[in-house]
Design a protein around this ligand. Structure first.
Ligand SMILES: Cc1ncc(COP(=O)(O)O)c(C=O)c1O
Length: 385
């Protein structure tokens, strides 16, 4: 049994003890924390929709229509027409046969791998995959092999060494802590070459990555669909979409299997229907208002240009997740605290969320940050990095 006190003392000694800090305002570009109004670079609210007046009004209307709770699991009576409409819309926007709306991205990944797993399935994962994907392997009857981060030669070597008949490649499309992106076309080619299934978690790309005005922003829309070979696509609603919950898209047979076998889906109370309906409103809003994704893109470029001009050593990300590598948990914490004194909320990301000695400052940009907020952030980073 874990010795609670000793474990906590050890975490404190190593600078890895974590604390929750209650916020006192809605998620927006400013956030009230510790009685200060901070410039909020610390949320996944990429399109700043979590506090949108339009969506709050839609939510009220949807609550009047559907009530508050779903009151039971989807296979009892918790599945409503609101869930069905959302599933149909997502399938159409992404070009999959079928979609399953779930309670969270974490549960999507765990439920998915458990449902398809058998003894002797090999699952190949990028070393920097999100914890929900890594745990999905650990909690299922599969063998987990981790390839070096974004290193597809290493992936091929590892797949070639496997004697399993059933193989899956499972990767983040946008890495949650660094904003780096997987090469989905390359992964599709490798999956095809070695007869692997390919599962892609696009939690930080769904609603974000805009390639073209006519399509819904995601990491797959805009890529050549003939070269893509994705068997399961996971997206979440708690980030760019501004609501809560998640989904898995894939073939009709995969989704049907999940309805039978995904334990977090079958044995958990369904997402409230008003939330499913507001999520659909948000998706339709993003589809109609492409200027918000353009504004996000322009803020990412503005931040990166300013960082370059000021010799700030940011990572290689084109996504709203930007990082500064520090490599020491105590220093990361000190920068995080100093930022708050300057009314800036950035995040200190430490091991085990990132690999050892890769502790970093994570900055999340949104479409509604103004230029002055970004300039003040750059001024601060210039002094502390
Ligand atoms: C890549 C990735 N997958 C899954 C999740 C979990 O999604 P949710 O917050 O809906 O559980 C996250 C959350 O941060 C994530 O970054």
């Amino acid at each position: 049994m874990t010795d609670y006190k000793k474990t906590i003392q050890q975490l404190k000694k190593e600078g890895r003890y974590r604390k929750r800090i209650p916020t006192r305002s809605p998620q927006d570009v400013y956030l009230k924390v510790n009685n200060r109004n901070l410039s909020n670079f610390s949320s996944n609210n990429y399109l700043n929709l979590a506090n949108s007046s339009y969506l709050k009004n839609q939510f009220k209307t949807n609550i009047s229509k559907y009530g508050i709770g779903s009151s039971s699991s989807p296979l009892i009576s918790g599945y409503s027409i609101a869930h069905l409409n959302l599933e149909k819309r997502i399938s159409k926007l992404l070009g999959f046969e079928s979609t399953l709306v779930t309670n969270s991205g974490y549960l999507s990944n765990v439920g998915l791998l458990n449902a398809v797993s058998k003894n002797k399935i090999d699952v190949f994962q990028d070393r920097e995959n999100h914890n929900s994907i890594i745990e999905s392997s650990r909690l299922s009857n599969t063998k987990l092999t981790r390839y070096q981060h974004l290193n597809y030669e290493d992936l091929e070597e590892k797949i070639s060494a496997s004697d399993s008949k059933d193989k899956i490649i499972f990767a983040d499309s946008v890495f949650s802590m660094t904003g780096e992106k997987s090469d989905l076309i390359k992964l599709s080619l490798i999956a095809k070459k070695y007869k692997c299934l390919l599962f892609i978690d696009d939690a930080h790309g769904f609603g974000v990555s805009a390639y073209d005005n006519r399509i819904f922003p995601s990491s797959i829309n805009g890529l050549d669909k003939r070269k893509l070979n994705i068997d399961a696509y996971i997206g979440t609603f708690g980030k760019a979409i501004g609501t809560f919950g998640a989904f898995i898209s894939g073939s009709k047979n995969l989704i049907d299997l999940l309805i039978q076998k995904s334990k977090p889906y079958v044995y958990s109370t369904a997402l409230p229907p008003a939330l499913a309906s507001t999520t659909l409103d948000s998706i339709n809003y993003i589809m109609k208002n492409k200027s918000i994704t353009k504004k996000l893109e322009s803020n990412i470029n503005f931040f990166k240009d300013l960082a370059g001009q000021n010799n700030i050593n940011i990572g290689f990300s084109n996504s709203p997740i930007q990082t500064i590598h520090i490599g020491d948990p105590k220093r990361v914490m000190s920068i995080y605290k100093k930022a708050q004194m300057k009314n800036i909320y950035i995040q200190a990301i430490r091991y085990p969320t990132v690999p050892l000695n890769k502790d970093l400052i994570r900055i999340n940009l949104t479409s509604d940050h103004n230029k002055k907020q970004i300039q003040s952030l750059i001024e601060f980073l210039k002094k502390v990095q």
